[in-house]
Design a protein around this ligand. Sequence first.
Ligand code: NAD
Length: 468
Amino acid sequence: MEVHKISCIGAGFVGGPTMAVFAYKCPDLQISCLDLDPEKISRWNSNELPIYESCLLEIVQNCRGRNLSFSNDVSNEIKNSNIIFICVNTPTKTYGEGAGCAFDLTYLESSVRSIASVLKDCTDKKIIVEKSTVAVRTAEIIEQILTHNAPGLDFSVLSNPEFLAEGTAVNDLLNPSRVLIGGKNEEAIETLANLYARWVPRTKILTTSLWSSELSKLCSNAMLAQRISSINSISAVCERVGADIDEVSTVIGTDERIGNKFLRTSVGFGGSCFTKDVLCLVYICESIGLTDVANYWRQVIIMNEFQRNRFTKCIITSMNNTLKNKHIAMFGFAYKKNTGDTRETAACYVASTLLEEGAIIHVYDPKVTRQMMLNEMNLHKFLDFISADKHLITETNPYEAVKNSSAILVLTEWDCFKDFDYTRMFQDMLKPAYIFDGRNLLNHSALREIGFRVIALGKSDFRDFRFC
Ligand SMILES: NC(=O)c1ccc[n+]([C@@H]2O[C@H](COP(=O)([O-])OP(=O)(O)OC[C@H]3O[C@@H](n4cnc5c(N)ncnc54)[C@H](O)[C@@H]3O)[C@@H](O)[C@H]2O)c1
């Protein structure tokens, strides 16, 4: 099948960068990235992109106006496209059946209905690509909506889940570990595989059934999250028995069968995907009667909450069980380094508990804006009982953030945090001056020499209880 034009519904963290890289690698194809949100589209059309990813702006500037466009005109752009990617959000359902676990398919269903209504009289063949992360057998829902609402349409549905990681999205798209295409129709699979093959080696393009493809994506994320929860559970053991989590992780990671990635302890995983994808797997297992399997995966989430809670409790107990009106500097609000994404960030939960205790928090993050931070806090209703203006302050200078503070919390592993002048910071802080390293990022012995009391996960001086 010949391809001239590709559209993508959803210009978010995945749709935007993915289409930019398609445009960059396929200069002969017209690529349009579509979204209902006019503000987002106008930012994609500016030099203030709605998301931060290394090299993304350069690629967008290179292709925009040539073969890459961003538009709100979903219907018109779909009509002339041979391939239509669906890359809309699939958040956890917050109401009704499956609330708190199942995916909310509202956005996906409405985008498929838009496709059906625009293409109902179309005579040429279309490939609909499910790129959003979905529960198994969602492709069947897409097929049914199209069959019933566009009966004459000649189409194939493919599953092509995205494995990019935020923070390294452009590099992951240019050099993916694998491209996965699930489908029933060989010609459609080959058409999409040929596009990727322009820059991805054939050996890395895996083809499977629709259902294997959909399930593989969920399970990949579940297993990444499980590794983080596993090492975090071991960090708690280390604290009680006098072992050191960094040493234990290094030893575990040198076993080639295990490998060393995703083995650093932290205050817990965040981001828009891990929690929701694990919960969806739990829901699927419960729905098909596999209660023990569901409980196994649910424990990954429970362990993540356990880690976050005990880190926060350690801060409170170390500071004499009273944070009222104490200033605390928070380094990092993004859920991981090299991104401005705050969705489900551990920092949000830690901040909320400390605010409840009466602390005044000064946040410094190189990429997170005040608005993004407030949006995430408000989403969880964490600011309902405090004045954000007085208690949750955004700082653009880390040295200002620490002035008169009693503690520094490290919540994102930004490399620049390692290079700060901590001697200067120590002088400006109240004593004892604490550092709670939620990422085990800093040089703890050097900080102790300066005079800081350093408390870190998986180390023997970590205490989340107090007798007096
Ligand atoms: N963020 C990641 O790192 C990542 C990685 C791999 C896969 N995924 C999956 O990819 C999907 C998209 O994730 P994201 O992070 O890009 O989400 P996002 O929220 O950043 O973007 C989704 C976009 O879709 C738009 N949208 C929703 N309904 C629409 C409609 N009917 N028509 C047009 N636009 C519509 C929204 O306005 C939004 O801009 C999700 O299923 C997610 O699980 C995300």
